[in-house]
Design a protein around this ligand. Structure first.
Ligand code: NAD
Length: 369
């Protein structure tokens, strides 16, 4: 690539088994809150252990729901008002839903209306805060620990928003693959495919650059190599570590490019058919890849580093990989009528993420036929 490009990611990363032991040092005596799930006792224990090591938290918020929505975020923000003081740092202990919830709390404190006004009408950006975040991911897929945006759903209005602010990058990310060992099989599958989708979507992207490409090639190659055997050996810490590193690398790739068409398509499926994020954003990858082959020499060259020189065969292999994991690559299998799917593609192409895609409408519609 000879044109001008730049790459930035300010998140300090600590990675490895036992990395959670660094948390006390990262909190560094500041007043802190913990945000985690309420639906799993192991997170209650882990939060207690953190308080034992780092001193009592101002408050521990356990109201996080999967796919944070306006309704759930209002509750989480109200829970923050139980804190006797403004936190100086917020610890996100969980997967993408927890980390994204923390980004909203960091931006709006206990008053959700400020973020809501900003998301709905770009109102009052100067009212948004940026409390420092320490992200401790417990899933391997979203990469949210190294991105500066949060996905927020208005389930009542069937809308998806992205809260994207440069000051919402976590101050640091502590990735301890041991925390992911208890992730059940279906979530290991969907989050692994989420990471694959981030990697590939950063490649067929108008914002791609050589650094994002290197992260993406590593991430996609690792997911393709490791995910099937991890699904047969969920307790394998070495494989968990490789997938955690792949997910983080995919995050580093798309932190600079954002996602593209497969993600734009996913929002329709998640909002209208309740499809889990990682499946919704990955089932269309083979069709999206087929539509982009031959469109751009740089993109082809990067894809060849993952799939070999015959990219059409590579797309077939990608399809076999996804279906081999028990995930259908047909929209109709998720309850979508073919006609509605064509309309969804048209909408996705003009959506914010769809406009990052380097392919053409005609090729996408042909690949989806
Ligand atoms: P999640 O955070 O929604 O969690 C799903 C379930 O997994 C929860 O019930 C939780 O209790 C359970 N869980 C989490 N960690 C576990 C563990 N170690 N052991 C056992 N159970 C565990 O899942 P996710 O896939 O990490 O996050 C999805 C969310 O992330 C979506 O809302 C999506 O929109 C968002 N996302 C954000 C970004 C970003 O850059 N901000 C990128 C991709 C996805």
């Amino acid at each position: 690539m000879t044109q001008l490009w730049r790459y930035t990611n300010p998140v300090e990363i600590t990675f490895g088994i036992g990395a959670i032991g660094e948390l006390k040092q990262k909190i560094a005596g500041r007043n802190y809150c913990i945000v985690t799930y309420g639906d799993n006792p192991s997170f209650v224990d882990l939060a207690r252990k953190i308080e034992h090591d780092a001193g009592p938290a101002l408050v521990t918020i356990r109201d996080v729901e999967p796919n944070p929505s306006f309704i759930g975020l209002r509750v989480a923000c109200a829970s923050l008002s139980a804190s006797p003081k403004e936190p100086e740092v917020i610890v996100a202990l969980g997967g993408g839903s927890v980390i994204d919830t923390v980004k909203v709390l960091a931006a709006t404190g206990s008053d959700f209306s400020r973020v809501q006004a900003y998301l709905e009408g770009r109102a009052g950006p100067e009212t948004l805060s940026s409390t420092p975040i320490i992200a401790v991911p417990t899933t391997s897929g979203t990469g949210s620990e190294v991105t500066c945006w949060a996905t927020v759903w208005d389930t009542e209005a069937k809308k998806k928003y992205s809260l994207a602010r440069p000051n919402l990058y976590p101050e640091c990310a502590i990735l301890d693959p041991a925390l992911t060992v208890g992730v059940p099989k279906s979530l290991t599958l969907s989050t692994g495919l989420d990471a694959l989708s981030h990697a590939l979507e950063s490649i067929w992207n108008v914002n791609a650059n050589p650094v994002s490409a290197n992260h993406a090639v590593f991430a996609a190659s690792e997911v393709l190599e490791v995910l099937p055997s991890l699904l047969d050996n969920l307790d394998d810490v070495e494989k968990r570590s490789r997938i955690a590193r792949a997910s983080m690398s995919a995050g580093l790739a798309f932190s600079n490019t954002k996602t593209a068409l497969a993600h734009s398509l996913s929002y329709y499926l998640t909002l209208h058919h309740g499809t889990v994020h990682g499946i919704a954003c990955s089932f269309s990858l083979p069709a999206v890849m087929r539509s982009v082959i031959g469109r751009d020499a740089n993109c082809d060259a990067v894809l060849k580093r993952i799939f070999g020189t015959d990219l059409n065969r590579g797309a077939d292999n990608l399809e076999a990989f996804i279906t081999g994991l028990g995930v259908s690559t047909k929209a109709t299998d998720y309850g979508v009528a073919q006609k509605d799917w064509v309309d969804a593609i048209e909408d996705a192409l003009v959506g914010e993420r769809g406009r990052n895609f380097i392919g053409t409408r005609e090729a996408v519609l042909a690949a989806a036929a």
